[in-house]
Design a protein around this ligand. Structure first.
Ligand code: HEM
Ligand SMILES: N[C@@H](CC(=O)c1ccccc1NC=O)C(=O)O
Length: 277
């Protein structure tokens, strides 16, 4: 049997002056962005884990933006596909913890000092996701004060209605009795659970067939928050497994800080209505 020659099958073999796979995807740039600061074997894992997470977050932000625009323009059904994709992205991020979990505390201590005071706490894309879905804590702007470009991005996000704000505006336009004060709220503030909003979602959940689109939107939001909570949980569990209760490089109490973040509710009324329904 002769060796298979793809060229004979028509495969393009010459990329002199032609756009190749690597050209299109900027592979050289991605694969030369791993700057290992220590000689530690596991530092490569640590860097790639974070870089891939940031790429998935970039896609999540892209989808969030389009989903929010669709809801704002009363094309909610178009947003469903994007919201489903965002949940899948978080599922992907959740599964990625399995790779990082293979790093033991002994492995991590070989390069932890090299990280200085850098921490995921300073991930502006993560903070942008939180702001976009409504978890707006202004204190989280501070680690970005030295970067005018990033501060501008985060500030611009705080000036916009969050995905949840847009969902409620959409319900109001559909004739549901969303309280006026909710529609005119100070957008820079974190969302606070509101009885009137819960009452509106209860109407939707009591008659799903009548309010099918709103019902589906609500379930897509709950789905997203479900996956997001799992990410937080996987993170805090991995952190406890690797550094125990040591203080974080970012300066927080570490596991205790992250446990506190587990209590954050993005869309509180959608969870609370389950008890009252
Ligand atoms: C061994 C692995 C990891 C450890 C020990 C760890 C540890 C910590 C700690 C202690 C904090 C609290 C802030 C601080 O004081 O530093 C934190 C925050 C954070 N980490 Fe990690 N982390 C790990 C992996 C990751 C990965 C893979 C990501 C993915 C991007 C990530 C993203 C974040 C984010 C976004 C925050 C801020 C969370 C918030 O403010 O709610 N971390 N991490
Ligand atoms: N906060 C971590 C360090 C850490 O995990 C980290 C450091 C630099 C870049 C990303 C990180 N990931 C998540 O916080 C620690 O205290 O060990």
């Amino acid at each position: 049997m002769t060796t298979y020659d793809p060229a004979k099958d028509g495969a393009q073999m010459s990329f002199d002056g032609r756009m190749s796979y690597g050209d299109y995807l900027q592979i050289d740039r991605i694969l030369s962005s791993q700057r290992l600061l220590t000689g530690a074997h596991d530092e490569m894992l640590f860097i790639i884990q974070h870089q891939t997470s940031e790429l998935w977050m970039m896609l999540a932000l892209h989808e969030l933006d389009a989903a929010r625009r669709a809801v704002a323009e009363d094309r909610a059904r178009e947003a469903f596909k994007m919201l489903a994709r965002i949940s899948r992205i978080f599922e992907q991020l959740n599964n990625a913890w399995d790779v990082l979990r293979t790093m033991t505390p002994a492995d991590y201590t070989t390069f932890r000092e090299g990280l200085g005071q850098s921490s995921g706490f300073q991930s502006w894309q993560y903070r942008l996701i939180e702001y976009a879905v409504g978890n707006r804590n202004l204190a989280m702007l501070k680690p970005h004060a030295h970067r005018a470009d990033l501060t501008a991005k985060l500030e611009a996000e705080l000036a916009r209605p969050s995905l949840y704000d847009e969902a409620l505006r959409h319900l109001a336009r559909a004739g549901l009795p969303v309280p006026q004060e909710v529609l005119t709220r100070d957008l820079r503030q974190p969302w606070v659970a509101h009885e009137g909003v819960q009452a509106v979602w209860e109407m939707v959940y009591r008659e799903p067939l009548k309010y099918w689109e709103a019902y589906e939107l609500a379930e897509k939001l709950v789905d997203f928050e479900d996956y997001f909570r799992r990410w937080r949980f996987n993170h805090v569990t991995t952190v406890e497994r690797v550094i125990g209760f040591k203080r974080g490089t970012g300066g927080t109490s570490g596991v205790n800080y992250l446990r506190r973040m587990l209590e954050v509710e993005l869309f509180p009324e959608l969870w609370h209505l389950r008890t009252t329904l």
